[in-house]
Design a protein around this ligand. Structure first.
Ligand code: 9MD
Length: 233
C-alpha cells in the first residue's frame, strides 16, 4: 500500500491557495438576504448580477495567488479567467447552497431560488448539481483546490500555451489527489467523484446564457463586466 505523503512545498501551496480563497470570498450575505426576505424576480435578477459581478472581481484577485498563474502569458491569463468565470460562479453558488444551515433553512433557500425568476426547465440540472456538490461534504481545502483546478483548465478557448496551464493544473491535481486519500481513506473513489463534478459543472454552465435571458423580468440588464464574461447581450 503506497504511503501517501504531502510534501512541505505542497503544504505551502495549499496554504497560499486556501488563504487566498477564504480572503477573496464575496460575503455570504447572498444566502442571508435570500433567507430574510422574499424578493421579486426583478430584485432577484439584480441581486444575481451584482453578486456575479463582484464574484468575477474577487476571482481575478484570487487567481493572482495561484502559484505560477502570473507567470503565464498575459492573454492566456485572461482566457482562463473568461473561460472559467461562469463555472466558478456555479461552483461557488453550490458551495454556498451546501453550507451547513439550521434546520429548514436550506429548504427555504431552495424555495426562494426556485421562485426567483429562473425558468422551470433549469431547476433540475441546477439543484442536481448543487446537491451532488453537497453530498461530497468537501472541506475548505478541497473547495479551494477544486476552484483552482477549474480555473487552470488548459482547453479553454483562445489559450495559446496549453502545456504551461496543464503543468500548473497537474501540480494542483497531485496535491488534491493526496489530500483526498488522506481525508477520505474509506472512499478510494472520492477524488474521481470530485473531478466528475467538474464535468457536471461544465454541462450546467452551458445553460447560463439561457438561464439569464429567460429570467422572468421585462428588461435583462447586465453590467459591462458580465457582458464580457457571460454570453449575453
Ligand atoms: O446570487 C446568486 N449566486 C451568487 C453568485 C456569485 C457567487 C455567490 C452566489 C444566485 C441567486 C439565486 C436567487 C436569485 C438571486 O441570485 N444563486 C444561484 C444562481 C446562480 C446563477 C444562476 Cl443563472 C441562477 C441561480 N444559485 C444560488 C444558490 C445559493 F445557495 C445562493 Cl445563496 C444563491 C444562488
Amino acid at each position: 500500500k503506497e504511503k501517501v505523503e504531502i510534501t512541505k512545498e505542497q503544504q505551502a501551496l495549499v496554504k497560499v491557495v486556501v488563504e487566498a480563497y477564504n480572503r477573496h470570498q464575496i460575503p455570504q450575505d447572498v444566502a442571508k438576504k435570500l433567507l430574510q426576505d422574499q424578493y421579486s424576480a426583478e430584485e432577484n435578477f439584480l441581486l444575481l448580477t451584482e453578486m456575479a459581478t463582484s464574484q468575477v472581481q474577487v476571482l481575478v484577485e484570487f487567481t493572482k495567488n495561484i502559484p505560477g498563474f502570473l507567470s503565464l502569458d498575459r492573454e492566456d491569463q485572461i482566457a482562463l479567467l473568461k473561460g472559467s468565470a461562469v463555472e466558478a460562479m456555479f461552483l461557488r453558488s453550490a458551495q454556498v447552497f451546501s453550507k451547513k444551515m439550521p434546520n429548514g433553512h436550506t429548504e427555504v433557500l431552495e424555495e426562494r431560488i426556485r421562485k426567483s425568476g429562473i425558468s422551470e426547465e433549469f431547476m433540475t440540472p441546477m439543484f442536481n448539481f448543487y446537491k451532488s456538490i453537497g453530498e461530497l461534504h468537501m472541506v475548505e481545502e478541497e473547495q479551494a483546490l477544486l476552484t483552482t483546478i477549474t480555473i487552470l483548465t488548459p482547453d479553454r478557448p483562445y489559450v495559446k500555451d496549453q502545456q504551461a496551464v496543464e503543468r500548473l493544473q497537474e501540480t494542483i491535481l497531485d496535491v488534491l489527489r493526496k489530500m483526498c486519500v488522506l481525508q477520505h481513506p474509506q472512499d478510494p473513489q472520492y477524488f474521481a467523484r470530485l473531478l466528475g463534478r467538474l464535468t457536471e459543472l461544465r454541462t450546467l454552465s452551458h445553460y447560463h446564457a439561457e438561464m439569464l435571458t429567460s429570467w422572468r423580468v421585462n428588461d435583462h440588464k447586465f453590467t459591462p463586466l458580465l457582458c464580457e464574461i457571460w454570453d449575453v447581450q
